[in-house]
Design a protein around this ligand. Structure first.
Ligand code: UD1
Ligand code: UDP
Length: 365
């Protein structure tokens, strides 16, 4: 902590999409005591159940800036963010900008700051899928290469950065999502009534989420995935992302969603989601955050992708890649068994604390 006579750091936190609210909650809770934190919401996610609910449940202060950028093509969305973030940066002159993960909000925030010579801290740095067709991969690579502090969740992330020649100010801190999960897990157990509302017995349902462009924008893959969900032996709870809902309507796949075993629901708040995850028999997902949450909650995960950035979860045997083929998905969900061993990955649960200490001590850290 800084001496009280010293000026506090001014930090601008840039967030815009669901997983970023969850990640930032953990850091912001500690940061606001030790720095002047300004929160900027790009407006990338704007539906109440993709945005406001997380601010309420995770006690995140109302952003001082909401840019209201909304949806659009990558160029339009990122470009509008860039121009608007730049204006806020010129106005506020922060010591640091913090960006999270790999969305268009991440890249726009990092790029706007770097061009103004404002220092950028990237939280969840160094992740790679090595698939440049993913918009997230482009966002991660570019953000890492223009960041001044790179906070990595794992050794693999540090190695990925070293392979690209990035070795300065790379710090392994663990994963801030673990902080958010432990904050929410107990609350979820006490406050969420989602199992009762949906009439679910622990261990007797699957939980599924799908939102990645590689699945939603490819009708063949999306149909295979939906078909697999309808062919499973238990109820499938499916909180549908608006992107996926739109794709289902566009391709006229609604029939799959009215199958008797599909419990189609709107996106959930974090507490309900964590409670559903914790009691699921298995989780089927293409989400990055949910793969890790499944791991931390000791729930087997079937990942609906061809590769993952969270390679440790697969190497440990708790996560399996099933891609987007119906038969492979069914085979994995029905027959995949996890080992008894469950090594801890992604730090000691103190990632948020370590990040703040590094920023406060910079350049000594
Ligand atoms: C974005 C991120 C992705 C992240 C995901 C988390 C990028 C390139 N992608 O994907 O990495 O995993 O968020 O959920 O940044 N929509 C709504 N309401 C909203 C927001 C979006 O209806 O509040 C619909 C719109 O039709 C929009 C579509 O969802 O076009 C996609 O939204 P967008 O933010 O572009 O990307 P996501 O798929 O959410
Ligand atoms: N999540 C949620 N409600 C939902 C779906 C997801 O609270 O209906 C949470 C989930 O628990 C995780 C995060 O959102 O913490 C993951 O976000 P998402 O899957 O949208 O993005 P990704 O992690 O793939 O970038």
């Amino acid at each position: 902590m800084k001496n009280s006579s010293e000026k506090k750091l001014k930090i601008l936190t840039i967030i815009g999409a669901r997983p970023q609210f969850i990640k930032a909650a953990a850091v912001s809770r500690l940061l606001r005591d030790e720095a002047d934190e300004i929160i900027l919401h790009t407006g990338q996610h704007y539906d109440e159940n993709l945005s406001k609910v997380f601010f309420d449940e995770l006690d995140i202060p109302t952003p001082q800036y909401n840019l209201g950028v909304g949806s659009g093509t990558h160029g339009v969305q990122t470009g509008e963010m860039l121009a608007k973030i730049e204006a806020v940066l010129i106005d506020t002159q922060p010591d640091w900008v913090i960006v999270y993960g790999d969305t268009n909000s991440t890249l726009a925030g990092a790029l706007a700051a770097a061009k103004l010579h404002i220092k950028v801290a990237h939280i969840e740095a160094g992740l790679r899928s090595y698939n440049r067709l993913m918009p997230e991969e482009i966002n991660r690579v570019l953000t890492d290469h223009i960041s001044d502090f790179l906070f990595c969740p794992s050794n693999v992330a540090v190695e990925n950065l070293a392979n690209e020649g990035i070795t300065e100010k790379v710090v392994i801190v663990g994963d801030v999502m673990a902080n958010s999960l432990s904050y929410a897990a107990e609350k979820a157990e006490k406050q969420s009534g989602i199992l009762e509302i949906l009439g679910l017995e622990p261990g007797q349902y699957y939980l599924a989420t799908v939102h990645r462009a590689e699945n939603t924008d490819d009708p063949l893959r999306l149909e295979n995935i939906l078909d697999a969900l309808t062919s499973l032996d238990k109820k499938v709870v499916f909180p549908i992302h608006p992107r996926t809902k739109q794709a289902v309507e566009n391709y006229r796949f609604q029939g799959y969603l009215s199958a008797p075993n599909i419990e189609l629901i709107d996106p959930l708040g974090y507490l309900d989601m964590v409670r559903l995850e914790a009691s699921a028999r298995k989780i089927l997902t293409d989400s990055g955050g949910i793969q890790k949450e499944a791991y931390w909650l000791h729930v087997p995960c079937v990942t609906l992708r061809d590769e993952t950035e969270w390679v440790e979860t697969v190497q440990s045997g708790w996560n399996v890649l099933a891609g987007g083929n119906k038969e492979t998905i069914l085979e994995k969900v029905l027959h995949f068994k996890v080992p008894e061993n469950h090594p801890e990955f992604y730090g000691d649960g103190k990632a948020a604390r370590k990040i703040i200490d590094c920023l406060v001590q910079y350049p000594a850290c």
